[in-house]
Design a protein around this ligand. Structure first.
Ligand SMILES: NC(=O)c1ccc[n+]([C@@H]2O[C@H](COP(=O)([O-])OP(=O)(O)OC[C@H]3O[C@@H](n4cnc5c(N)ncnc54)[C@H](OP(=O)(O)O)[C@@H]3O)[C@@H](O)[C@H]2O)c1
Length: 246
C-alpha cells in the first residue's frame, strides 16, 4: 500500500498510543513521518518500532522554542508538510472542588496551547491539499466525572477546528478532528492505574478492554481525514455505525 507515498507528515505525541500507531501506518503507506514527545527514551523505542521512514524530534508542544526547533528541522529537511497531526495530549482526574492550578495549567498548556501553536507554527510549511488533524475526544461533548478540565480542553479543540476551517478558506488546507472514545493506550491505562477500581468504573464506564484494538479504527479515520473531505469521513463513520447496528 502506498496511499501516502512521498508525503511528509508530522505527528506530535507519537512515541506512544494513538500517535505511535498512526506513525507506523503512515510509514507503511509510504510517508516520511516526524514524531515528537517529551521522553527521548520512548522516542528511541518508537524509532525501533516504526523502522525506516521516521525522524524523531524530542520536545514539549507547550514550549514554543521546542516547536520552532521541530519545524526548523522539517523545513531544512523537506521544506514542506503535507499532514500535520496535532495529537499530543494528556489528562488529569480532579473533581470540582479539588481542581488544582497545576493540573489546569498542565492540561490546558499541552492540549490547548500546544495544539494552537503546533498548528500555527507548522502552517507556513503547508500547501494546497494539506491536511491538519487534531485529536479531540468524545468527552468534549459529554460530562465525565472528575474529568472536566480535560473535557473542556478537548471541547476547545473541537471549536478551534470549526474556526480554523473558516480562517483557512481558499487555501485548500483541511482541518479535521479525530474524537476517540476510551482507547487502551499507555496514556489511558497508566491514568486508570492511578485511580481506584471503583472510581475507574465510575469515570470510564464505557471503557472497553481494547481487545478489538480500537487504535486501528482511529488510524483508519486519520487516513480518511488525510485523503478525503470531512464530509466523507462522517459518511464513513455513519456507514460503519449503521453496519454494526444491523
Ligand atoms: N486513549 C484514550 O482513551 C483517548 C481518548 C480520547 C482522546 N485521546 C487523546 O489521544 C491523544 C493520544 O493519547 P493516547 O491515548 O495515545 O495517550 P499516550 O499513550 O499517553 O500518548 C500521548 C502522547 O503524547 C505525548 N505528549 C504528552 N504531553 C506532551 C507534551 N507536552 N509535548 C509533546 N508530547 C506530549 C506523549 O509523549 P511524552 O509523554 O514522551 O511527552 C505520548 O507520545 C491525546 O490527545 C489524548 O488526549 C485519548
Amino acid at each position: 500500500m502506498s496511499r501516502l507515498k512521498g508525503k511528509i507528515a508530522v505527528i506530535t505525541g507519537a512515541n506512544s498510543g494513538i500517535g505511535l500507531a498512526s506513525a507506523k501506518r503512515f510509514v507503511a503507506e509510504g510517508a516520511h513521518v516526524y514524531i515528537t514527545g517529551r521522553r527521548q527514551e520512548e522516542l528511541d523505542k518508537a524509532i525501533q518500532a516504526v523502522g525506516a521512514g521516521v525522524t524523531a524530534v524530542q520536545g514539549d508542544v507547550s514550549n514554543l522554542e521546542d516547536l520552532d526547533r521541530l519545524f526548523a528541522k522539517v523545513r531544512s529537511d523537506h521544506g514542506r508538510i503535507d499532514v500535520l497531526f496535532a495529537n499530543a495530549g494528556l489528562g488529569a482526574t480532579e473533581p470540582l472542588g479539588k481542581i488544582t492550578e497545576s493540573a489546569y495549567d498542565l492540561v490546558f498548556g499541552v492540549n490547548v496551547k500546544g495544539t494552537i501553536f503546533t498548528v500555527q507554527k507548522g502552517l507556513p510549511l503547508m500547501r494546497d491539499g494539506g491536511s491538519i488533524i487534531l485529536t479531540g475526544s468524545t468527552t468534549a461533548s459529554m460530562g465525565t466525572p472528575a474529568f472536566s478540565i480535560y473535557s473542556a480542553s478537548k471541547a476547545a479543540i473541537r471549536n478551534l477546528a470549526r474556526s480554523w476551517t473558516l480562517d483557512l478558506k481558499g487555501t485548500g488546507i483541511r482541518v479535521n478532528v479525530l474524537s476517540p472514545g476510551a482507547t487502551a493506550t499507555p496514556g489511558l491505562l497508566n491514568g486508570l492505574a492511578r485511580t481506584s477500581k471503583k472510581s475507574t468504573r465510575q469515570y470510564f464506564g464505557y471503557f472497553s478492554d481494547g481487545n478489538s484494538d480500537p487504535r486501528g479504527k482511529y488510524v483508519w479515520l486519520v487516513m480518511d481525514a488525510i485523503l478525503a473531505s470531512g464530509a466523507a469521513v462522517v459518511r464513513r463513520v455513519l456507514a460503519s455505525v449503521a453496519e454494526k447496528s444491523k
